[in-house]
Every structure is written in C-alpha cells, then in structure tokens.
Write a protein that binds this ligand. Sequence first.
Ligand code: HEC
Ligand code: HEC
Length: 240
Amino acid sequence: MAALAAPLLLAVVATPALVHHSSAEASARSQPVPSGRFLYLRDCGVCHGERGEGTPLGQRLTHIGPAEVDYTLSTGRMPVDEPGAERRRREPRYSRAERTAIVDFMRPFIAPTPDIPHVDVAAGDVAEGAELYLAQCAACHQWAGEGGALLGDIESPPLKDSTPVQIAEAIHSGPLNMPVFVLSDDEVNSIAAYVLYLRHPEDRGGVGLWHFGPLTEGAVAWLFGLGAVVMVCRWIGTRE
Ligand code: HEC
Ligand code: HEC
C-alpha cells in the first residue's frame, strides 16, 4: 500500500507546482515584444511627431542619432509623462528588446550616426582613462563622478549608475549641455574603465571622506587637526 501511495501522493503534490511553473514560463516566453512602430506611436509620437518631425510638445528628432535615442531610453529620461517634466535619470520603461525595436523603427527618419557604440571595458587602460576623465569630464561631473550643478537649474548627473554603453553614448552624442567629444574607441574604452573604477577606488591616502574632494578634506583638517592643537595648548596652559 505504502509503495503504491507514495508515488501517487508525490504526483498529486507535485503536479500543480509543475503545471504552475511551466505555464508561467510559457506565458513569459510567448509574450511577444510589441513592435517598435506600435511603441513609438503610442509613447513618443504625440510629442515628437509621427516621423520625428516634432510638435509644440516635443522637439524634432531627425538630426539625432540612434546612440542618443538609446541613451534617453536606457537611462529612463524618455518618455516623459508631460512636456515640462524634469529631465533626469529614472527607472527605464522598456526592456532591451523593446528599446532596440523603437530605435530600429526610428532609424529611417533620424540621423544615421552616432550609432549605438560597442564598448570593451576590459581593453581600456584605467590610467589613460583617468587622464582623459580629469581633463575632459571632471569639470562638470566632479573628479569622482559625483556630478554637480551647471548653469541655472541644469545639473551634470552623477555617473554611479551609468553603464559602459551609456558612457560611450553620452560621449558620442553630447546630450543636453554636454559637448560632443571626438575620441577614439580605445580612449572611450579607457574612460569607461576609469568611470567604473571610480565606484570602488583604492583610497591610498586613507579615509575617502565620501569623495567630496578638497572641501571636506579641508574641513576635516580644520576641525580635527586644529581642534587637537587647541586642546593640547589648553592642556599645557592649564597644567599645574
Ligand atoms: C510628453 C511629451 C514627450 C514624450 C511622450 C516623449 N518625449 Fe522625448 N522629449 C520631449 C521634450 C519636451 C524633449 C526636450 C527636453 C528634454 O530633453 O527634456 C524631448 C527630448 C527627446 C530627445 C532628445 C534628447 C536630447 O538630448 O536632445 C529624444 C532622443 C527623445 N526625446 C526621444 C523620445 C522617445 C524615443 C520617446 C518615446 C519613447 C519620447 N521621447 C517621448 C517630450 C516628450
Ligand atoms: C559641460 C559639462 C559636461 C562635460 C564637460 C561632460 N559632461 Fe557628461 N553630462 C553633462 C550633462 C549636463 C549631462 C546630462 C544630460 C542629460 O540630461 O541627458 C551629462 C550626462 C552624462 C552621462 C549620463 C549620466 C547618466 O545619467 O547615466 C554620462 C555617462 C556622461 N555625461 C559622461 C561624460 C564623460 C565621460 C565626459 C568626458 C568625456 C563628460 N560626460 C563630459 C555635462 C557634461
């Protein structure tokens, strides 16, 4: 009896779980990626026009390359819900496949270049990247990639979440107030490697002090260093 009942029981317990599992998997697999045309017309056309010609709600996109479209989508900057919405990094709305579909639909009416770049961080040279970053990027993004204020209410964003491809896309297309940089693939690889390195820097001088830079370092020197000197002077002066 037991020999017969055990497999039966197992079958009864396991079947619903199995069925449930495989049906969830199947529905995830069978969910087709909506066409780029559908996504563009539903989510972008109302502001940017049916073929990127622009409307009073959103600018013309015909001079913009695939790299910048991909950048605005993968950083969640587009689509915005209303024309005046703040331009900032958000949780992206689309999967990678949906993004590709939208960009491919737009290719016939936008500029052919700059195209979505290929980045090889492993081929980058961190030391060369540091030199380039400090010369070309640090003025706006701060030396440790923390970002900072630019003119008016425009900000250079922090780079802590940027992927290598987003870094290259920003370099090639110069979104918003960022200039377009003419750099070789090797140089872009190196900058990307350095920006990734900045997330886990070796603080050889000691405590990193949140990488705010010289200002906090100065403040700490004044507070603790000078404070200690004053305490010692007091101790000497009041000693019997
Ligand atoms: C509610 C209106 C609105 C919708 C919807 C919208 N956009 Fe935009 N888009 C704007 C405005 C306004 C700007 C310019 C201001 C800015 O960059 O924040 C812009 C800018 C852009 C830019 C150029 C950015 C730059 O650096 O110059 C791209 C590319 C773009 N949008 C793509 C898209 C795509 C693709 C979609 C659909 C997934 C979309 N937008 C949906 C209003 C919209
Ligand atoms: C004149 C100031 C300026 C300089 C110089 C500059 N940037 Fe930017 N950068 C900006 C601004 C402003 C934005 C925000 C653009 C937007 O809203 O889409 C930005 C955006 C970015 C982003 C996207 C951040 C995100 O949200 O993921 C990356 C990556 C980036 N820059 C990298 C660089 C690199 C690398 C360099 C040097 C080669 C550089 N930038 C030089 C101003 C600058």
